[in-house]
Design a protein around this ligand. Structure first.
Ligand SMILES: *Cc1c(COP(=O)(O)O)cnc(C)c1O
Length: 218
């Protein structure tokens, strides 16, 4: 058994069946992704569109590709043909472009709204009130080819587990407060290598794990 296979097995044992594991393979070469694929992993996350496109072109076609990084509007077209879930949507402008490109390929593209939960200053993500305004907007109703399936958040990069926990609890509360009004919200994407156990305690339904599977990145 290789290291990647062993790491995957260890993680799979620690997450319940109803939590989706996204194997975050950014910066890693295709041969390492293939080790995870051969061990049964079918969901991969990348944070750069060009890199994801290259991997999609060469790898088996039954992989579900998730874009987990910040997306520039002018690059949506490169992944519109195949991307399965875009995690970090944070504007109506981006949603409109995703909708336009999805239409060209006769597809619906699944998206998550990124919510700003970290205390630290971060450039990305919506405030809760802005996410609600977006969900309630007239413009969003016209976007027939995007499907907003849930929320994504990133906790502050810190060793303080109490802080991480309170940030995850905050997004979980917001998620629970809105799932009855917006029944399409089913996914809560929180948790990475360092904090996925805390995230699962806080109700995560999707964890994005890189270095604990593939090893540290350079
Ligand atoms: C890189 C990355 C991850 C995975 O990070 P690890 O600490 O290696 O597990 C998860 N989510 C996002 C948005 C990332 O960019």
């Amino acid at each position: 058994m290789n290291d990647i296979e062993r790491n995957l097995q260890d993680i799979q044992i620690s997450i319940p069946k109803d939590v989706t594991l996204v194997a975050v393979s950014k910066t890693k070469p295709v041969n390492e992704l293939m080790k995870a694929y051969e061990a049964g992993q079918r969901v991969f996350g990348e944070n750069k569109i060009q890199e994801m496109v290259e991997k999609w072109e060469t790898m088996p076609k039954d992989i579900s590709w998730h874009m987990i990084g910040h997306v520039q509007t002018n690059k949506v077209k490169y992944m519109a043909q195949f991307v399965d879930l875009i995690h970090a949507v944070d504007s109506i402008k981006l949603l409109k472009e995703i909708n336009k490109q999805a239409k060209k390929h006769n597809r619906t593209i699944n998206c998550l709204l990124q919510i700003k939960i970290a205390e630290e200053e971060s450039k990305f993500g919506l405030k809760e009130e802005d996410a609600l305004a977006l969900l309630d907007s007239q413009e969003i109703k016209n976007l027939t080819n995007v499907h907003i399936q849930g929320l994504m958040g990133m906790a502050t990069f810190t060793n303080d587990e109490n802080q991480i926990k309170s940030e995850f609890e905050k997004i979980k509360t917001f998620f629970d407060q809105n799932t009855s009004k917006y029944p399409a919200l089913k996914i809560l994407s929180i948790g990475m290598s360092g904090d996925y156990k805390i995230a699962m305690d806080c109700g995560s339904t999707m964890v994005r794990i890189g270095s604990s599977i593939f090893g540290a990145r350079n």
